[in-house]
Design a protein around this ligand. Structure first.
Ligand SMILES: *Cc1c(COP(=O)(O)O)cnc(C)c1O
Length: 393
């Protein structure tokens, strides 16, 4: 493993100047097949689903910044999830967080449970002893996210990994919300780390892709076999885009974190705001764990306006810099309403249990100038305070 600093590995990890042309940027390698000197004697590349040079560079780069031995890239974050879950056998039990990413929840409940006959338990890991109580003799895997979405609960990766290890349970951490700059789950005892590259790793809202990293040889062999067998691999162009995105990950995450901290503090002091959830605020219920396992607190903020759906609409309709859109993790600031947008598929009863109310707003704070971000929020909050516009008859 390289002793270089994070930013150096983000820029150079897995990449050398092209040995033939000297090009400093990894080429987009489009060939589907690779010539062999003699049957079975080749450069390491045979067929592009099995292995592709641009993809290999990206996989090595992610392994480097996640302090892992191996990386494996996929066509999306969701394809990464599916490939990992395919390593289990019918009858196996998986424990996951109650507010797991919506697409992951849908795959677990409506595909893996029905078609692969796996069992799932959805629990609140912030409750002491909840994980231990959920473990059964057939529990094989625990699937975590931290911070969670959208209520940004923090799970103690080290504590959970310790218990899981005693029971021979594989720990997977979806590290999408934090990014490798902020948190390295493998260093805290996790076995596999997963990313939707679509978010912070890509960072520019222009590529859908996924990746996993691990240092466990046996798990890697199994997952590499599944990557090739299932075939949900990314295109070389997307791997190139992702490599380019990762080169500025450290710069972006510093700015995201700096901007979000300022925004969270501002929102917390605003009279139109009921409550703010941000791991970097001392008021966050798991702030101490966040400080222990995160190097910075990232760009995601969730807050509750005073009021309900009407106030949320006024706020979101009056934002100009923040785009009203799903997704997160890119350079531009985004705002969304989970109850109507990203979490609409979660039944109303379940949304209530998870605290996803009609006055909850999720922000993905971008890296625009902080004064402009603040100006936009101030303006929209002022409109909320003025109340609904009176439409002349
Ligand atoms: C977006 C996302 C995914 C799914 O990734 P895709 O690239 O959209 O398939 C998984 N986990 C988290 C936390 C996400 O935000």
């Amino acid at each position: 493993m390289s002793s270089d600093g994070f930013g150096t590995r983000a820029i150079h990890g897995g990449q050398q100047p092209d040995p033939i042309t000297g090009a400093v940027v990894t080429p987009i390698s489009l060939a589907t097949t690779f010539v062999q000197k003699s049957p079975g004697l080749h450069t390491g590349f045979e067929y592009s689903r099995t292995g592709n040079p641009t993809r290999a560079a990206f996989e090595a780069c992610i392994a480097s910044i996640e302090n892992a031995k191996y990386g494996l890239a996929f066509a999306s974050g969701s394809a990464t999830t599916v490939t990992i879950i395919q390593s289990l056998a019918a009858g196996d039990h998986v424990i996951t967080i109650d507010d797991v990413y919506g697409g992951t929840n849908r795959y677990f409940n409506r595909v893996a449970k029905v078609h692969s006959h796996l069992e799932f338990s959805f629990i609140d890991f912030t409750q002491d002893g909840a994980f231990e109580a959920a473990i059964k003799p057939n529990t094989k895997l625990v699937w975590l996210e931290t911070p969670t979405n959208p209520t940004l609960k923090i799970v103690d990766i080290e504590a959970i990994s310790k218990v899981a290890k005693q029971h021979g349970i594989t720990v997977v951490v979806d590290n999408t919300f934090a990014s490798p700059y902020i948190q390295n789950p493998l260093d805290l005892g996790a076995d596999i780390v997963v990313h939707s590259v679509t978010k912070y790793l890509g960072g520019h809202s222009d590529v859908v892709m996924g990746v996993l990293a691990t240092s466990n040889d046996a798990l890697y062999e199994k997952l590499k076999f599944l990557q090739n067998s299932i075939g949900a691999v990314p295109a070389p162009f997307d791997c190139y885009m992702a490599l380019r995105g990762v080169k500025t990950l450290h710069l972006r995450m510093r700015e995201h974190s700096k901007n979000a901290q300022a925004v969270a503090e501002f929102l917390e002091s605003h009279p139109a705001v009921e409550r703010v959830i941000y791991p970097g605020l001392p008021s966050h219920p798991q702030h101490a764990i966040a400080k222990k396992q995160m190097r910075a607190f990232g760009g995601m903020i969730t807050f509750f306006l005073k009021g309900g759906i009407d106030e949320s609409r006024i706020f979101l309709e009056n934002l100009h810099l923040f785009a009203l859109a799903e997704s997160l993790g890119a350079v531009e600031s985004l705002a969304e309403h989970p109850a109507i947008m990203t979490h609409a598929a979660v039944p109303a009863e379940q949304r209530k249990l998870l605290g996803i109310s009609d006055n909850l707003i999720r922000l993905s704070v971008g890296v625009e100038e902080l004064t402009d971000i603040m100006g936009d929020l101030k303006h929209a909050l002022h409109k909320v305070q003025q109340g609904p516009a009176i439409v002349p008859l």
